[in-house]
Design a protein around this ligand. Sequence first.
Ligand code: SAM
Ligand code: GLN
Length: 290
Amino acid sequence: MKLKQALNDAQRRLAQAGVDTPEFDARALAAHLLDVPLSQLTMQQMRLLTGEEMAAYETLLVRRCRRQPLQYIVGSTEFYGYELICDPRALIPRADTEALVDLSLELIDELELTRLADIGTGTGAIALALALERPNLQVLATDTSGAALELAEDNVALHGLADRVALARGPWLEPLHDTRWAGTVEMIVSNPPYVRERDFPGLMAEIREHEPREALIDTAADGMGAHRTIVEQCRLLPALRAVALEVGEGQATEVAKLMRNALRAREVIIRKDLGSIDRAVAGVLGIGER
Ligand code: SAM
Ligand code: GLN
């Protein structure tokens, strides 16, 4: 069968399965299979697929029709322009989280920070993007999930950053105390779980059925239990200068208030994501004011 025909059939089946972007996904899976850049696929439309290639394409297609996320099937994704290994061990990094990275970089530069921790690192996306963007930064990346930390370790190795990105397991800021980072850490960055339990059934099948549940759901009624815990625990860090947290839709004002009240932040900044939703909230702390 010609590639063109295979792509058309695949697109139709993906659409029937309820996949959001059937044409793109049919092409992305074929590009992955044939190991060609997506941009070159069109030039190969008349290429004949071998029986073996057809069978392999079918396997990928069946997985995607079961609503496994594309990034898990192809095994990689891009975050902040950097390649990351991506599989069901951790949440797929979202483009919206790049707003948190932008804001964090601005504060790192403005306050000349060199030591920060990324709490709930998942694939390691935020920790690695920050470390890659700022070569003098030392980062501690934490998670409660051992599986996520294994994946993060693979990504640290992929980028050769083992000397600047350390990994530690445990809840919230506890690993900082275990590793003696607590006394020196200058900034806390986190994209914690913030989906409310009652909103979970409304998420896309890809997210609901295939991404780690503990990466998404916060059990507090307002979905901000993690934010409150992190901010509260930040009060115990003597060298802390800034905290930057991702928030869900409608949560920014409350988290900003938390930073003003519990941390006595002298400045609070709110940033929007690509869809113009308030997505990242940062507090800048005065020196010696706690
Ligand atoms: N930072 C990654 C990103 O932005 O793509 C992953 C963010 S995901 C929304 C939240 C992460 O927090 C998950 O990796 C999850 O395992 C982790 N997590 C959940 N509860 C935690 C806790 N109590 N302490 C530390 N990390 C936790
Ligand atoms: N924005 C994510 C979603 O797709 C949720 C990420 C999070 O809980 N931190 O639902």
